[in-house]
Write a protein that binds this ligand. Structure first.
Ligand SMILES: O=c1[nH]cnc2c1ncn2[C@@H]1O[C@H](CO)[C@@H](O)[C@H]1O
Ligand SMILES: [Zn+2]
Length: 479
């Protein structure tokens, strides 16, 4: 019995250290938790007994549609989840949404062997390609359903046989960046861009999210007559859509913009970026959240090349660097984590490689740097196959400052945030992790946002009200 009590103590101590481990549930929350955990145990234990059928050991594309049948998923979908702090401009909405854009007037299209070019204009673009109006191309295709189906394939990276189509990180990243390149010239049409972000906020609100920090490369927007705007206008367009949304949905907490241009650059380009960042900050100090660099980390420049510049701007911007989104231990890519911390990052994007850097990990804890984890993204973009091997399980176990996000959910046809919460809860976290984990992750997303002290207090109050509503109205039989 001495042995058994020591054993129980170890497990108890670990349960306290886990994210959410110190939360004490109310009676009503405990009732919800019982329902939630009954369903979770059913799912996990079925997998334990029948590993050959366990979805999470497979590729996300093979089980993503089955998620909708899960009771745990349905509970999570209805649960207030706080904020999404790591999502990217054109990667957020699903292929159906993108397809709808192609029904707008004045869109020109030209097909290449295995790609498609799209551009809004009042006359055919004069590049060497067989441009025609989309409307005419569609109507003359003879089969509109088939035409749209084929077109939609260009707006997703989901495929039936991911292991064949994407044998390595190279193929999947090519497809991923291909998506952004393809849609950029269509989406940077000013009215499309403006509506897109409004619809992003709407979709996130529908997924029970109350606040968003969006990253954007800030493409140059254009008009039908060929007018091209400077990127400051793109930032202003975000703000305009955001304000319109807040007027229509005043219960939403808000949104902010992170300027996140590509990282495969030299020091001169970075100077340009930073100059623009100062300009945006001057024009919209409230709406502008800070700075990041994006693109495949291994093919871009490591942060260490930009230290003097990034250090000199360190006190002027919040940094949210993507760092450690790699499996290449001990490389400069991997060491981006060190630089992110030394440069005073407010949060780190992915930090997938963090567990291999105990000192950095300690600094992350001490400085309370938010870790933005995007599990499905990491699985889809080739870092991990079976999500049970994702380092997030360690982050959760050790109580790290984690926020969950979804990166580019539209590109792999995932929910705004519910799928990432669900995969984390059932596939990554301990079998025993319960409602307290979910509640803490939701609270973390507001805690690590860049809302100022007062706004954050209001946000957490609003969240708590929504949370109580969810708990009070919960009926296990509804699921
Ligand atoms: O998780 C990510 N890591 C690095 N780059 C990313 C990630 N998600 C999107 N992008 C990049 O962001 C740009 C669009 O804003 C695209 O270039 C895309 O490749
Ligand atoms: Zn990202």
């Amino acid at each position: 019995s001495d042995y058994q009590s020591k054993r129980a103590k170890i497990l108890y101590d670990e349960s306290i250290q886990m994210i959410g481990g110190k939360i004490i549930l109310t009676d009503k929350e405990s009732a919800v938790n019982n329902c939630l955990m009954r369903h979770k145990f059913e799912e996990v234990d079925y997998g334990l007994d029948n590993p050959q059928y366990y979805n999470f050991s497979r590729h996300f594309f093979t089980y993503k549609d089955k998620i909708r049948n899960s009771k745990v998923y349905r509970i999570i979908r209805d649960m207030p989840k706080g904020a999404a702090l790591h999502i990217h401009d054109m990667g957020i909405l699903d292929p159906d949404y993108v397809l709808n854009i192609t029904y707008m007037d004045n869109l020109f299209v030209c097909f290449e062997e295995s790609d498609v070019n799209l551009k809004f204009a009042d006359k055919p673009p004069n590049t060497d390609c067989n441009w025609q109006l989309m409307k005419e191309a569609r109507e003359s295709s003879g089969n509109i359903t088939m035409f749209d189906e084929n077109l939609s394939k260009h707006f997703t990276i989901c495929v039936h046989d991911p292991d064949v189509i994407y044998p390595s990180i190279k193929e999947v990243w090519d497809a991923f960046t291909g998506y952004f390149k393809r849609v950029a010239s269509m989406m940077s049409y000013r009215p499309v861009w403006e509506q897109y972000f409004y619809d992003v906020l709407k979709k996130f609100r529908n997924d029970n999210i109350m606040y968003v920090e969006v990253r954007s490369v800030l493409l140059n927007l254009y008009e039908l007559d060929g007018t091209v705007y400077e990127p400051l206008i793109t930032a202003k367009t975000y703000q305009k859509s955001y304000k319109r949304f807040m007027k229509d949905y005043p219960d939403f907490i808000g949104a902010k913009l992170i300027y996140a241009p590509p990282r495969n650059i030299d020091i001169y380009k970075l100077d340009e970026y930073l100059k623009l960042a100062y300009k945006i900050k001057a024009h919209m100090p409230e709406f502008f959240a800070g700075f990041d660099l994006v693109g495949q980390e291994a093919t871009g420049s490591p942060l260490v090349e930009f230290i003097p510049q990034l250090e000199s701007a360190e006190n002027d911007f919040n940094y949210f660097f993507h760092a450690g989104e790699t499996n290449w231990y001990g490389t400069l890519v991997d060491q981006n984590l060190v630089d992110a911390v030394l440069l005073g990052a407010k949060r780190i994007g992915h930090a997938y490689a963090l567990t291999k850097h105990p000192v950095v990990m300690k600094l992350v804890m001490e400085n309370d740097i938010g870790i933005e984890v995007n599990v499905i993204s990491n699985a889809v973009l080739g870092l991990v196959r079976d999500v049970r091997n994702h380092p997030l399980s360690t982050f959760i176990a050790q109580g790290l400052p984690v926020v969950l996000s979804s990166d580019d959910p539209g590109v792999w046809e995932a929910d705004p945030l519910s799928d990432d919460f669900y995969v984390t809860f059932v596939g990554v976290a301990s079998r025993l992790a319960d409602l307290r984990l979910l509640k803490q992750l939701a609270l973390n997303s507001l805690k690590y946002s860049v809302l100022d002290v007062d706004a954050k207090k209001i946000a957490i109050k609003k969240f708590n009200r929504r949370w109580t509503e969810f708990i009070d109205n919960f009926k296990c039989t509804n699921y």
